[in-house]
Write a protein that binds this ligand. Structure first.
Ligand code: ADP
Ligand code: ASP
Ligand code: MG
Length: 412
């Protein structure tokens, strides 16, 4: 019997009524003749509430204890959904991450799934049970420690399970009807896409489109999992995420992503030597600091300035690492600029269409929006701008690249 994996996010399981609604949707799929594995998130904003609670106890809680705490959210939902299904006369079993055989690396707070032992789930499915798995959590093999997969990680649980079980499809049910050209809660004219390629979706997710966890898209791409993002509250079909979408000529840009809370750090007066860059960035990496865009400038006196962007939350750690190693790095000063945002355009069509970046820069300049940093790949252009202009920039680019003008197109 074909296995279907269905994932329901926080809003979709945010109340008893919503859990009943989820149970009904699951039953519908069972009645269509499928074996169903359901992955759920914590109810509503539970995870945020747990994070806040921890913050009231400790400014820097132990990451192990954080995972112990946060993993409880999903456990509530699996039990309640299982009860709801049982009340409706269906056999259902809830499993935590470790009971479902989800093994991760030993990285608290942001673990990657290493392996899934599917024997227990397969046995339960063969017995005709509906299996409900807690999203966002796993266990370190051998160490018997609970880990979590990073915020939004229930998507990854679902897609990884779909890959391991060779499921026919993985449905990600959420609070919007699919993947849109940009966040529909922020930009009025955002339009739902019928389909999007794995690569485009991966860029969008990495660049701030919170609708899918980036690692979920990575799994889907690597294992060819057929993914549909859709609403748990409507029967409307959603957005298919798949390998290839034939992009129409005009649809050079498929979507826009944005995220605030960016800081630009500039290390001034470094020696322009062979190993300067490697020393600087190795030091930051060894201290777990994730650097995004990097710009190198050689000054007239042959010294060098390096600018890089980071998440504003790690500014203090970054400065502390740089100051501790000032002698080794031999720089003159550090300056930083915060209240910045990253605004990106994404689309496979860019590969064969020159002038896309130029069009983006010109339209932002026409609006008086100063671009402070740029980074590109074959299918995206990202710019760093003042956070106060972030929404205006997205609205402008949505218009300029005519993202709301078109009817949804069926690609392929
Ligand atoms: P869930 O709890 O179901 O996992 P999330 O809040 O993680 O839901 O993701 C859904 C949200 O993603 C939407 O409510 C929307 O605000 C946001 N979002 C950001 N970018 C996009 C996009 N391009 N298309 C659709 N939704 C997006
Ligand atoms: N509950 C977790 C979070 O809020 C995981 C998820 O919802 O995907 O981040
Ligand atoms: Mg999510």
């Amino acid at each position: 019997m074909a296995v279907m994996v269905q994932k329901f996010g926080g809003t979709s399981v945010g109340s008893v009524e919503r859990i009943q609604n989820v149970a009904n949707r699951v039953i519908q799929t069972v009645e269509e003749g499928h074996s169903v594995v359901v992955v759920v998130s914590a109810m509503g904003k539970t995870t945020d509430t747990l994070v806040r609670l921890a913050g009231e106890i400790s400014q820097k809680p132990s990451q192990r204890e954080m995972d112990m705490l946060l993993s409880t959210g999903e456990q509530v939902t699996i039990a309640l959904l299982s009860m709801a299904l049982q009340e409706k006369g269906y056999e259902a079993v809830s499993l935590t991450g470790w009971q479902a055989g989800i093994e991760t690396e030993k990285v608290f707070g942001n673990a990657r799934i290493r392996n899934i032992h599917t024997d227990r789930i397969c046995r339960l499915l063969e017995e005709g049970k509906i299996v409900i798995v807690a999203g966002f959590q796993g266990v370190v093999s051998g160490a018997d420690e609970i880990t979590t997969l990073g915020r939004g990680g229930s998507d990854t649980t679902a897609v990884a399970l779909a890959a391991a079980l060779k499921a026919e499809k993985c449905d990600i049910f959420t609070d919007v009807t699919g993947v849109f050209t940009t966040d529909p809660r922020v930009i009025d004219g955002a339009r739902k896409l019928e389909s999007i390629s794995y690569d485009e979706m991966l860029e969008m997710a990495n660049l701030g489109a919170g609708v899918l966890h980036p690692r979920a898209v990575e799994f889907a791409k690597n294992y060819g999992v057929k993914l549909e993002v859709r609403s748990s509250l409507s029967m409307e079909s959603g957005t298919i995420v798949e390998e290839e979408c034939t992009v129409e000529n005009q649809l050079v840009v498929r979507g826009l992503a944005f995220e605030g809370n960016v800081t630009k750090v500039t290390v001034e007066g470094l020696q322009n030597e062979l190993t300067t860059l490697s020393h600087l960035f190795t030091m930051l990496a060894e201290n777990g600091i994730n650097v995004d865009i990097i710009i190198q400038n050689v000054n007239e006196n042959e010294s060098m300035n390096i600018s890089f962007s980071i998440d504003s939350n790690v500014l203090d750690d970054t400065i502390s690492v740089l100051e501790t190693n000032r002698h080794r790095l031999g720089y003159e000063s550090i300056v930083h600029e915060d209240q910045l945002a990253k605004v990106s355009i994404v689309g496979s069509g860019m590969i064969s269409n020159p002038g896309v970046a130029a069009k983006m820069f010109k339209s932002l300049a026409d609006q008086g929006i100063m671009i402070k940093m740029v980074s590109t790949s074959e299918i995206k252009v990202s710019t760093i701008v003042d956070q106060e202009f972030m929404i205006k920039a997205i609205e402008t680019l949505h218009d300029v690249f005519e993202l709301d003008a078109r009817e949804p197109v069926a690609y392929k």
